[in-house]
Design a protein around this ligand. Sequence first.
Ligand SMILES: Cc1ncc(COP(=O)(O)O)c(C=O)c1O
Length: 390
Amino acid sequence: MLRTFFFSVYFCLGGKAMADISPLLSRLPSLKLVAHVNILTEATEVHALTQMNSYYANKNIKADLWIKRDDQSHLALGGNKSRKLEFIIGDAKAKGAKSLITSGNWGSNHAYSAAQAAKRFGMSVDLLLGNQPVSENVKQKLLADFALGAKLHYYGTQIGLGVGIAKSWLKAFFKKDTYYVPPGGSSPVGNLGYANAFLELLDQVGRENMPKRIILPMGTAGTTAGLLMGRCIAGLENEVEIIAVGIANGPLSNKKLLVKTAKKLEKFIHKNLSDEDRKKLSDCHFENKNPLIRYRGNYSEPGYGEASEIVHDLIKLVEEKEGIKLDPTYSGKAYHHLHDLISVDKKPVKTLFWMTYNSFDLNQVINTYPWSDVNKKYLDLPKKFHSLFN
Ligand SMILES: Cc1ncc(COP(=O)(O)O)c(C=O)c1O
C-alpha cells in the first residue's frame, strides 16, 4: 500500500496524474491511493447523432440519439481499453512489474491496446492469442502487435488458450516483475476506468441532461460493470438504464458475469476507501434479478468475430451518415440492438450509444517495423501464425 501511495505521489508530481480521473476523485477523494497513469488527455466528446436522428425521422421513427466518443480516447490506443489501461499500468508499475502478460483472440483489441500501452510505458508484454475467424483486420492486428514489440503466443483452440491463461496467471503469481492482466483488461483495477467514465459523462452534460438509456457492447463485462458502478456512485441507478449487448452470449459471457464483475468492483472500491468516503457510498443493487441491469444476449449471432448482414448494413449506414466506423465484432452488434429498440419507441427517448471501438489505421503502426519482406510481413511472426496469412 505504501508503495502504491508513493507511486500516486510520483505521478502527481509529474503534473498530470490525477486530472483525468477527477470525476471519480471529486466524489471519492481517498481513491487517490490507487495508482494511475495518463493515457487520455481529456474527456471524450459527447454529441448528438444528428444525421442518424434525421434519417430515422424520415422513416417515421422517433429517435434522440447521442454518442460518447471513446473511439477518440487516444488515437493510437483508443477505444474502451485506454480507460482500463490507465489504472492497470499504474497498478503494475506501482507493484514494480516490468512486464505484462495478457490474452485475447487473434484479433483482440485488448491485446493490441496492451501492446501499445506497454510500449508507451516502457514495459514488455506477452500476448496469448486464441482462435477466431480470420479477417483482414485480424491479420493487421497480429502484425501491429508484433510491430509494437509484443511477444505473440499462438493458441489454436479456446481450451488451449484457457490452459495458457491459467499457466500465465500462475507465472505472474510467482514472478513479481510480471503483472497478469485478465482478458479484456477486466480486473477491478481496470474497470475503475469506466466508473470514472460514467461520472465524466455526468460532469459533461449535467444531471438534467443525462440520457435515459446507455447502450454498449459487452464481452468480458468490465466496461459495463464500470458504468454500473459509476451510475451507483452518482446515485442514478433508477434514472439511467444501462443496456449491455452481449457479443459472445454463452456460459462465459452473460448477465451473471456482468453482475459478478460489478460486485467485485464495488468490493474493490470499498476496500480502497477511507471510512469517511465509504459512508458516502450507498449499497449498489448488483443482483441478477435487478431489472435495472439490462443484458441482451440475442444479438451475438453468428458468433464472435462475425456479423449478420443487417449488422454490416447498419455499419455502412452509420459511416455514410455520421462518418463513424463501427466494427462487426462489438459496436455493430450493439448498434443493431439500439436500432431495433428505437424502432418500437412510442416517443423519442434520449439514448446514448457508448462508442467503444477505435478504427485507428493499423498501417501507421505496421509500417514502423523493418519487415524482412514487405510483401510477406507475416514471415517475421512466430511460425505458428503463418498459416493464418495464406
Ligand atoms: C471495441 C470493443 N467494444 C467492447 C468491448 C467489450 O468490453 P468488455 O470486454 O469490457 O465487456 C471490447 C472488448 O474487447 C471491444 O474491443
